[in-house]
Design a protein around this ligand. Sequence first.
Ligand SMILES: Nc1ncnc2c1ncn2[C@@H]1O[C@H](COP(=O)(O)OP(=O)(O)O)[C@@H](O)[C@H]1O
Ligand SMILES: [Mg+2]
Length: 196
Amino acid sequence: MIDIKNLSVDLKTIEISFDDFTFEKSKITIVSGKNGSGKTTLLKAIAGLLEYKGDLHVNGEVTYNSQEPVIFNRTVYENISYPLKIRKLDLLEYEEKIWDYCKILEMDHLINKNALKLSSGEKMKVSIIRSIIFNPDIVLLDEPTTHLDLDSINELGTLIRRLKKDMTFIIVSHNKTFIDSLMDVEYKIGGNHVLS
Ligand SMILES: Nc1ncnc2c1ncn2[C@@H]1O[C@H](COP(=O)(O)OP(=O)(O)O)[C@@H](O)[C@H]1O
Ligand SMILES: [Mg+2]
């Protein structure tokens, strides 16, 4: 669960303030708003990547999947298992889950390939799997569908619906099919900018 109250972020040239809201567990919240309205800024603040003013209570472990995926010069398997490794978790215990998620997103045939050599859509899928493999409580996905084809968008929807019972999802997306199949709650951003 995440609770925001009187939250604002000062980006020097612009200050963005956000309406009070409680993001609830087991609910998928779609963050909407125009380009530049502050969607990414909100996710970064929740992820603890930006300084902010006001109250922001984040209850649980957060994972943030950025608009442009960060990929290590390693295999798909090594990329995905990285969060498990740094948490000193037993990779063998997660083996089935890694394969399961890769199969759902049709990445299983690429598991031993260097992830830097993948297409943009495939890199995004690696990055998404890596961000959820360790069972975080709160999952922030910033425009995850941008480079994905229609089948992949549907597969990602299937994966998210399977996980939502145990997680709080906050997703920025402009893809109507994706939003229609997932949204429980909408959080709109807009109109709260002050030039500073
Ligand atoms: N680091 C930064 N410094 C100054 N301005 C920024 C910075 N990051 C974003 N902005 C500005 O803040 C506004 C919101 O950006 P962003 O949250 O990325 O929008 P969105 O994700 O909704 O498209 C934009 O006007 C953008 O130009
Ligand atoms: Mg953005």
